[in-house]
Design a protein around this ligand. Sequence first.
Ligand code: ADP
Ligand code: MG
Length: 287
Amino acid sequence: MNAAITSSQAAQSRPQLSGSTFDRAVGLERPIDARALDTRYKVILYLEGISVSFDGFKALNDLNLTIDRGELRSIIGPNGAGKTTMMDVITGKTRPDAGTAFFGQTIDLTRLNEAQIAHAGIGRKFQKPTVFEELTVFENLELAMKTDKGIWTSLFFTLTGEMRSKIEEKLELIQLKDHAHRPAGLLSHGQKQWLEIGMLLMQEPQLLLLDEPAAGMTDEETERSGELFLSLAGPYTLVVVEHDMEFIKQISHNGRVTCLHEGSVLAEGSLEQVQNNERVIEVYLGR
Ligand code: ADP
Ligand code: MG
């Protein structure tokens, strides 16, 4: 295997998760197991009255948001509206000054750290892809499946047939089957983004947060990303922040759109409702 991958590199991009700490924190034996997440009222994410201040400036101001399981929710809004800060709160990167944040009915996100939240089933895709360029597409997916083990154990671990088919299933989803044995460094920007989504999916997250996933993509890659997200909705829940309104149209024709402004929800509803909202036109879409 590739000696260029150091254990510190691996630790940086894939935090070592401590299952036992997590188990103690929320009292679940297998937190990543879909059965552990209680969505009996359909709600997978519940934010109420969330506020975050930076030096007195309210990045989030009494934010309320509810996402149902299986939804593909689009989030729009001007720069500085608080979209990324909202994702920081959901993933435990930023602690809210006030408010409630629940994952399913029982998991209080404000009491967990980032690693515990990832382990509970919330995956986040950052703008910059963090794939291992020297490893093949297949190996990247393989590694993503085994973050619980040390890197060296991971690299020399024998793949079971079940694991192999899981990787192949994800390869199909992200449309990189023909590139499985190419080094990830040779992929286009868009393909690297899809690989990273595939790597997130290897952890079987319940909720995926994607912050400006189409940024830097060609029109064709953007459209294919839209198709990918539409195909993931249902089995997965997705929250997608994007500025590209063509892309938003593609992914939200059946879904709901939320417009944030000054740290709270300005409008929410179908794309048509949000697009025709006077305030949304005023602060974001323009005339
Ligand atoms: P968006 O993603 O909608 O463009 P952000 O959530 O990134 O908005 O930012 C919301 C506001 O909070 C902005 O005014 C930004 O400058 C501010 N902000 C975000 N993170 C920090 C931080 N760590 N320290 C200080 N101000 C911040
Ligand atoms: Mg942002």
